[in-house]
Design a protein around this ligand. Structure first.
Ligand SMILES: NC(=O)c1ccc[n+]([C@@H]2O[C@H](COP(=O)([O-])OP(=O)(O)OC[C@H]3O[C@@H](n4cnc5c(N)ncnc54)[C@H](OP(=O)(O)O)[C@@H]3O)[C@@H](O)[C@H]2O)c1
Length: 332
């Protein structure tokens, strides 16, 4: 069986490529000339000829057609999670999805599945502490979230011609993640940041559970035309997560309250600096708006019932696994 993965050089995609190789798939990864291959390097050895690289760009449909001939499964994880403006997000997260789907139509006669990786951000946070389900009307909050929703809408337009499954992860953590890592780093330095006054609830998924869930969704006939949230099955508080990180790191850290007005100020400064350096800031006003939300929560009951999805990484185990990886790889 042959799989084609976009975003295979990234955090989640590289774990998915490993999962597919372990399942015996021949995997082709879309890479760009500028891609950093460090997370795939261990799979590109002579001992493991199951992974091939195909150079192109999501926005170049013609090249993609050549890559997609004879492929059984397509996993579309490539996307921008940080971008300078809404148009850039849309161009990749929606336009890139459309180009890939067009290429699938042009190349394929019998694709078994197209798995599209969306996000809880496409739906937005819950307003009232009820975890978001797949049937909730999406109300994305940020340019990123709106572009992910547009990507989903594009994917659904092809659902009459291609067997599409949409996966919406909440915040993803685990080995190789550089975002939630920032909290590990601060706690490791003895600082436990408490953002704003109100306690915040969050859904999470460990990357190994997520890629296992993506795989079973791709293998299930029931999942054709469906959308699933995949979480670790729990709802966490931010302070609870930080305590578990501190325990895993065996660190005593001081709780430091960080008011949102300070984050807004830093974000404005970072945005101005980014205009000069032409880089995308890690923190911007939209990211602060994200962090302000009290209920970034969703429910994966549908995936558990319909796909038999069973997450194997409850928070403590997942955080311990992640902390060990950061230490072993010199990140901490
Ligand atoms: N991380 C999370 O917490 C999270 C949560 C929910 C949903 N998601 C979704 O999960 C997916 C993967 O996220 P991630 O965290 O693994 O992101 P990531 O580490 O930033 O990886 C992004 C991947 O997309 C590729 N890419 C970007 N633009 C491309 C283009 N124009 N053509 C071809 N490839 C392109 C990158 O390739 P290069 O190596 O060439 O840059 C990279 O492989 C995204 O769709 C994201 O929206 C992530």
């Amino acid at each position: 069986m042959k799989a084609y993965v976009t975003g295979g050089t990234g955090f989640i995609g590289s774990h998915l490529v490993k999962q597919l190789v372990d399942q015996g798939y021949q995997v082709t990864c879309l890479i760009r000339k500028t891609s950093n291959l460090c997370w795939l390097a261990h799979l590109l050895t002579a001992k493991s000829p199951q992974v091939e690289l195909a150079t192109g760009d999501l926005q170049d449909s013609d090249t993609l057609v050549d890559h997609l001939r004879d492929v059984d499964l397509v996993f579309h994880l490539a996307g921008l999670t940080k971008a300078p403006d809404a148009a850039t997000y849309d161009r990749v997260n929606a336009g890139g999805t459309q180009a890939l789907l067009e290429a699938c139509l042009a190349a394929q006669t019998g694709l078994d599945r197209f798995v599209h990786c969306s996000s809880l951000a496409a739906v937005g946070p819950s307003r009232d502490a009820t975890p978001q389900s797949e049937s909730v009307m999406p109300q994305p909050l940020t340019d990123y979230g709106r572009s992910k929703l547009k990507g989903e809408m594009v994917a659904r337009e092809y659902a009459d011609r291609l067997p599409i499954t949409i996966i919406r992860p909440p915040a993803v953590y685990g080995p190789r993640d550089a975002d939630i890592f920032l909290f590990f780093q601060m706690i490791n330095r003895g600082v436990m940041p408490i953002l704003g006054e109100m306690e915040k609830l969050l859904s999470l998924v460990h990357v190994k559970d997520l890629v296992a869930g993506i795989y079973i969704a791709a293998a299930s006939e029931r999942a054709i035309g469906e959308t699933y949230f995949l979480t670790d099955g729990e709802i966490h508080t931010w302070t609870g997560i930080e305590r578990v990180i501190a325990d895993a790191l065996e660190k005593y850290s001081f709780r430091v309250k960080v008011p949102f007005c300070l984050l807004d100020f830093i974000a404005i400064f970072a945005e101005a600096a980014a205009k000069v350096t032409r880089q995308t800031p890690t923190l911007n006003r939209q990211k602060v708006q994200d962090l302000r939300q009290r209920f970034w929560i969703c429910d994966s009951t549908k995936a558990q019932k319909e796909l038999g999805y069973r997450p194997a990484y409850p928070l403590q185990k997942g955080i311990r696994d992640t902390a060990e990886w950061y230490r072993a790889n010199g990140w901490l």
